[in-house]
Design a protein around this ligand. Sequence first.
Ligand code: FMN
Length: 161
Amino acid sequence: MASNENKHPNSSVLQGENLYEVIYASNATHLMSQDDLIQLLLQCRKNNPPLELTGMLLYRAGYFLQVLEGPKECIDHMYHRIAKDVRHKNLSLLVYDKILSRSFSEWSMGFVAVDSRCEQLEEFFNLLYRNLLENKMSECKQSVYNMFKEFRSGSLRGLIK
Ligand SMILES: Cc1cc2nc3c(=O)[nH]c(=O)nc-3n(C[C@H](O)[C@H](O)[C@H](O)COP(=O)(O)O)c2cc1C
């Protein structure tokens, strides 16, 4: 999953009023192979730049977590499209907010495969999905915010491909 074709040259241009972010979690309908994930990322990296969408996708053994940022109408359009995708189900919308600037402006869709090499992220996913199962939405939102803070500027940023 080479990262260079994923760089988004113009995405920092759009700032301010119309900028939104969506974060959702979902369950994959089947375990995604490396090839499945590459196909999915190719779709994202083809479609997102013309819509000025940037973001990040995390995948861990049957679970997705995605953040998308961009113009409100493009976010709405893409979220509805993604929600219909049969590769996943049980979408939980965790964040839908206006933002002042992008956190993932370099990535049309950054990707992190979460596995045992990153204990901190595995623990995060375990907690997040336990809270989702128990419908503890405010705990979910808080933990997602905390984790993305690490991706925005902290130690986890280097994991994004
Ligand atoms: C977890 C998940 C995240 C996705 N994220 C995106 C995305 O950011 N951009 C995108 O174009 N498609 C995304 N898709 C795929 C869309 O649902 C849809 O299949 C795709 O946009 C269709 O593109 P095409 O018409 O070029 O084949 C995602 C699908 C899944 C399952």
